[in-house]
Design a protein around this ligand. Structure first.
Ligand SMILES: Nc1ncnc2c1ncn2[C@@H]1O[C@H](COP(=O)(O)OP(=O)(O)OP(=O)(O)O)[C@@H](O)[C@H]1O
Length: 293
């Protein structure tokens, strides 16, 4: 079940939280929804679920708005925040209440508790749970209906490194089984090994969307040559952007080291050094989102 967001916009009084945002999340892959704090990720997800009315635009799941789904919890599961637990309920009570609302049996409660590790603290009162345990309980709740789509808002919050590794594996398995996963984060590193595609937003607007490897598009190569003038001229003639760093050192944009070496050979230019300047993925993300994170 694919998810389509088209022209979503939300203004709060004079302030725009989300502006004309469009993207897709496809079945079978994990889509990372990235942006610095306050970029509009939570507002977008709340609009997708009908919890906040959009000023304009639509979000659909398999072509239908959330409100028009016949059995929403069996189509779309969401972990938006880990508040909202009744303090006098145990974790298992909480799951049972939601299971009854969705008309799922007690066996399903035990299944999702096992899947998410909630079984280990199922008899504890929710008010005594750690943030990480609450995240697991929220995830278990979202999974009750075995939904085709999962929206996860900063699900790593409060999880320890072991929990983060577990979540990464878990989310990847859900996607491999054909589900559609949209997972938000303000730290690229958290979903770097989880997401296949990314949707990057800043100030409520789309910055870029595509395969996560596309964030490397800012890569540059340093090339040192005693014939730097000639090489710069030849590259420039081919429409390649070149900067002069030192008299004999060029910075070449958007070519790999192999492509730079091949270009030098084809122009009879001798190279003394070729160094990739690939930014870390996190740096590329920070560059895209204005340096805040
Ligand atoms: N109910 C509201 N009333 C007024 N402004 C709001 C409301 N909800 C969100 N905003 C504003 O909308 C903008 C986007 O907030 P949002 O929570 O969607 O961002 P976010 O990307 O989820 O950030 P974070 O990573 O910090 O959770 C922020 O400037 C926020 O202050």
């Amino acid at each position: 079940m694919n998810v389509e967001v088209r022209g979503l916009t939300k203004t709060f009084g004079p302030a725009s939280a989300v502006t004309d945002l469009s993207f897709e999340a496809r079945a079978g892959i994990v889509t990372g929804f990235l942006g610095p704090n306050g970029a509009g990720k939570t507002t977008t997800m709340r609009m997708m679920l009908g919890l906040v009315a959009p000023t304009s635009g639509t979000a659909t799941f398999g072509g239908r708005r959330y409100a028009d789904l016949s059995h929403p919890s069996a189509s779309v599961g969401a972990v938006l925040d880990s508040a909202g637990f009744h303090p006098a309920h145990t974790a298992r009570d909480h799951l049972r209440v939601y299971a009854r609302m969705g008309r799922y049996g007690p066996a399903r409660v035990e299944q999702v508790a096992d899947l998410t590790g909630v079984s280990a603290f199922a008899d504890r009162l929710t008010r005594t749970l750690s943030t990480g345990m609450r995240q697991r309980l929220s995830l278990a709740t979202a999974l009750l209906g075995d939904p085709q789509v999962l929206l996860l808002d900063e699900p790593s919050n409060g999880l320890d490194p072991q929990g983060i590794a577990w979540l990464r594996h878990f989310v990847r398995e859900l996607a491999a089984a054909g589900r559609t996963i949209l997972v938000s984060s303000h730290v690229l590193g958290e979903i770097e090994n989880t997401a296949d595609h990314v949707v990057v937003i800043r100030d409520g607007r789309l910055v870029t969307t595509g395969p996560i490897t596309g964030l490397y598009a800012t890569a540059t190569v340093l090339a040192r040559s005693p014939q730097a003038d000639l090489f710069a001229a030849k590259l420039g003639q081919s429409g390649i952007r070149v900067e002069r760093r030192q008299p004999d050192l060029l910075r070449v944009h958007r070519l790999s080291t192999a492509e730079v070496a091949a270009a030098a050979a084809s122009h009879g230019v001798m190279l003394h050094e070729i160094t990739p300047e690939r930014p870390t993925l996190e740096q590329a993300f920070l560059d895209l989102t204005g340096g805040s994170g």
